[in-house]
Design a protein around this ligand. Structure first.
Ligand code: KG4
Ligand code: ZN
Length: 375
């Protein structure tokens, strides 16, 4: 760890985790996470207003906890990075406001970064600098994409994405049908270990020879699983939950790994990075390892705690921004709930040049911010 490497604090509030991480170069010093997931569990999904309020309450204590763990003072920092999007508008706004306040009060540069690029960059904390280009399979509750990145701070190219549900969303919905609670990924992962992945032949979405090679679809699978369960229940039979979990999970990870390995081969890339909450899945990790080994591809997957949302990933990307002399964001930086994956770095109002229509997102941001401030 060189003394001149950047010391960066990262703030993540795009969904239900208030994450604050501190990194020095590519060394992780602190990773503090406060989750409001238990509060959402009884609603079967994340309730945006509850998430925003929880972020507001957890923000300062989580920052203080991270600083204490890292054994540093906020004054020592070289920069403050924050998830500017994509995510829940009101939730993002809490993190962006906090980051601006700290940056302004401390006189430190602010870096608005992309949540998806952060999910990729976090791997640097565990496996060192990302090779360039890097092929990344990004699988979370809101996204499933194959991305090719020549430079994680400036160049992220989508090769394919889900045309309907995200992989994590499919796990969450099937868990709901099986009455397993929320979030669904971890419990399905656990039950599937005791089930037979070949028990039920569920469909593999978009896997025909004429289907797009790198796009994903999980909604047909979700419907097939739900119908299969309904039919069992209608016949008065017990649902073999472990076999359903294992067979469903196998259908998801089979398609994900097959397409990711194919993309590596087609693009001549010998590394595959897997990130996002679903990358915590044990079967996805094992099958990816098996298929990558067979294809001569080196697999990089962060440990499960760094795959799900956290602040360390934001700090990791912020640190890379500082190391590569990317311009800091200005204090006009706004939360952008639909920030495109192609924008790893958000310069702020002056440099903000997206072509897609943001009018609706911004209305929503204002609405939620008012509620947080006055109610
Ligand atoms: O990246 P993440 O923490 O938040 C988003 O940005 O969406 O991902 C959350 C998603 C949820 O859908 C959750 O069910 C899924 O990741 N997940 C898993 C596992 N752990 C979390 N899915 C499958 N297996 C797991 N072990
Ligand atoms: Zn995420």
């Amino acid at each position: 760890m060189a003394a001149d490497e950047p010391l960066v604090l990262g703030i993540e509030t795009s969904c239900d985790e208030t994450g604050v991480g501190i990194v020095h170069g590519t060394t992780l010093l602190a990773d503090a996470v406060a989750s409001s997931v238990d509060t959402h569990a009884r609603f079967g999904g994340v309730v945006p207003e509850i998430a925003s309020r929880a972020h507001l309450e957890a923000m300062v204590p989580t920052i203080e906890r991270a600083l204490k763990t890292a054994g540093i003072s906020a004054r020592d920092l070289d920069g403050i990075a924050v998830t500017a999007g994509p995510g829940l508008a009101g939730a993002l706004l809490v993190g962006v406001s906090a980051a601006k306040a700290y940056a302004y009060a401390l006189g430190k540069p602010l870096y608005g970064v992309n949540h998806l690029a952060s999910h990729i960059c976090v791997d640097q904390l565990e496996h060192g600098k990302l090779p360039e280009p890097t092929m990344a399979l990004l699988v979370s509750g809101g996204h499933s994409s194959l991305l090719l990145s020549a430079d994680i701070t400036s160049d992220v190219r989508p090769l394919g994405a889900t045309i309907d549900d995200a992989a994590g969303e499919a796990f969450d919905k099937i868990a709901r049908v099986l009455d397993l609670g929320f979030p669904g990924g971890p419990v399905i992962d656990r039950l599937a270990r005791e089930g037979d992945p070949a028990a039920i032949a569920f469909p593999r979405g978009l896997s025909g020879s004429r289907d797009p090679a790198y796009d994903f679809s999980f909604s047909g699978l979700k419907t097939a699983v739900a119908r299969w369960i309904e039919a069992k229940r209608a016949a008065g039979e017990d649902v073999p939950v472990r076999d359903v979990a294992a067979s469903f999970q196998e259908a998801v990870v089979d398609v994900l790994t097959r397409k990711a390995v194919r993309a590596c081969k087609d693009e001549g890339v010998d590394h595959l990075m897997i990130g996002g909450g679903v990358a915590a899945n044990s079967r996805l990790r094992a099958l990816a390892q098996e298929r990558c080994e067979r294809a001569g591809i080196r697999l990089r997957v962060p440990r499960p705690g760094l795959c799900t949302d956290n602040g360390a990933m934001v700090a990791a990307l912020g640190s890379e921004m500082v190391a590569r002399n990317r311009p800091a964001s200005d204090l006009e930086l706004s939360a952008d709930s639909s920030l495109p994956v192609t924008d790893p770095h958000v310069p702020g109002a002056q440099g903000h040049a997206h072509e897609h229509d943001h009018s609706h997102d911004h209305d929503h941001v204002h609405e939620v911010s008012k509620e947080n401030l006055y109610s």
